[in-house]
Design a protein around this ligand. Structure first.
Ligand code: ATP
Ligand code: MG
Length: 393
């Protein structure tokens, strides 16, 4: 059996909300572990997972997709007696490669008769005596032997592993991510979830100008993202009529500006109907014409909702790094075009004027079209490991 001790780090600074944060973390972990027989124990300010050795890989995978864990230690367990601890440490060290080591003891159970520094020293000598060719190095050891002595049971572990950090998904209210098939928006979604925001995704589709392959990409991206949240609702919004109308009425250089104002309006209406909190998207300052600060000002002015842009100040290469880490990159670079790329004008305006945007918009009844688009929101619920929507073609 293994015990995995979880360290929350940043969570512990949130004094007033601590209980809520921790219960959310526990619930999220339980969901991640539901296909295993692992057990989560929350006891006296510590959370740990008990699992069998053969389920360790699955448990680690769940931990590595759960925000709110700063660090974790994979421990072997023995009884809290000197003999038991010494024997267990020796047994575990037998097949490890190292030259120098250091023992660190934490005595959480104060009734244990030997003080931590004394225990470390005694265990160190015991290791030296029983395994040849090893040295103690307290400043820069190859290998750290950690012993945590608690009432009843003690935990032995070597290296600590880094968790994802952040806050547990669900400690912030549900918000809506504009998810295109590109590289940036899945990364934005990931970073938003990392702040504890529960997300829905929204995809604007312009059939037949865009293909069902593009839709499939967004579904596949949502499934990748759902590993961090359990289930994600993907809203598919039919954008064709609005887009065609914009093309008929606006100057070519303004079509992207207006298209994006319409997307924001739809987002606002969708969020209102679904009681969401904020808009999240993959805009990055200066990346394209519609993402200059002057463009953002004109586009953003159609809504009062907070617009969170997690990748606003990242370089493309930094965004790509994250997309590779979360395994969305290979899907994002598939060539199917979405509605922005299909309709991209030759010379999009970099410094749009508000008045001109409004003038073009007033040439058609967009309010009704927006209402129509939101009313026909086609939502699919995408679960991790659920292949139900793996192929909609
Ligand atoms: P990405 O790589 O995420 O596609 P991008 O650099 O291509 O971003 P744009 O196409 O200008 O940038 O879009 C900026 C943001 O607007 C996207 O990151 C996404 O959040 C949103 N967006 C764009 N097109 C769509 C779409 N068809 N459906 C949903 N959201 C979209
Ligand atoms: Mg895009």
């Amino acid at each position: 059996m293994k015990v995995i001790l979880l360290r929350y780090g940043e969570l512990s600074t949130k004094k007033a909300n601590r209980g809520f944060f921790i219960s959310t973390l526990k619930k999220n972990l339980e969901r991640g572990l539901s296909s295993t027989s692992a057990k989560i124990v929350h006891d006296r300010g510590h959370m740990y997972i008990e699992c069998s050795d053969d389920e360790l890989e699955k448990v680690e995978d769940a931990i590595n997709h759960t925000f709110g864990i700063q660090e974790y230690d994979i421990c072997d367990v023995c009884l809290s007696t000197k003999e038991d601890i010494f024997n267990k440490v020796l047994e575990l060290l037998k097949d490890k490669e190292f030259k120098s080591f250091k023992v660190e003891t934490k005595r959480a159970w104060k009734e244990f008769p030997i003080k931590s520094p004394d225990f470390s020293r005694m265990l160190g000598s015991y290791i030296l005596k029983n395994i040849s060719g090893k040295k103690v190095n307290v400043h820069n050891p190859d290998f750290l032997v950690n012993v945590e002595i608690r009432e009843g049971k003690s935990y032995i572990y070597f290296n600590s592993y880094k968790g994802l950090g952040g806050y547990p998904v669900g400690v912030q209210p549900r918000s809506f991510v504009m998810l295109s098939g590109g590289i940036d928006s899945p990364v934005a979604a990931y970073l938003a979830m990392k702040r504890g925001i529960k997300i829905d995704c929204v995809y604007f589709e312009a059939l037949p100008h865009t293909s069902l392959n593009a839709r499939q990409k967004v579904i596949d991206l949502t499934r990748k993202l759902s590993k961090y949240q359990g289930t994600i609702n993907l809203h598919i919004i039919d954008f064709t009529k609005i887009q065609e109308e914009i093309y008929k009425t606006a100057d070519n250089s303004y079509v992207i500006t207006i298209m994006r104002r319409m997307m924001y309006r739809i987002m606002e209406e969708l969020i209102k109907r679904n009681k969401g909190a904020a808009i999240i998207n993959g805009e990055s300052v200066g990346q394209v014409a519609s993402q200059t600060l002057n463009s953002m000002k004109v586009i953003n002015s159609v809504t009062n909702l907070p617009v969170i842009r997690p990748v606003a100040c990242l370089d493309k290469l930094e965004i790509i790094d994250i997309s590779k880490k979360i395994d969305t990159y290979d899907i994002s670079i598939l060539p199917y075009e979405d509605c922005c790329t299909v309709f991209v004008p030759k010379h999009p305006v970099i410094n749009p004027e508000m008045d001109r945007a409004i003038e073009y918009e007033n040439k058609f009844d967009y309010k009704k079209m927006i209402d129509d688009a939101v009313s026909h929101d086609y939502t699919i619920s995408i679960k991790r490991d659920n292949e139900e929507f793996s192929d909609l073609l």
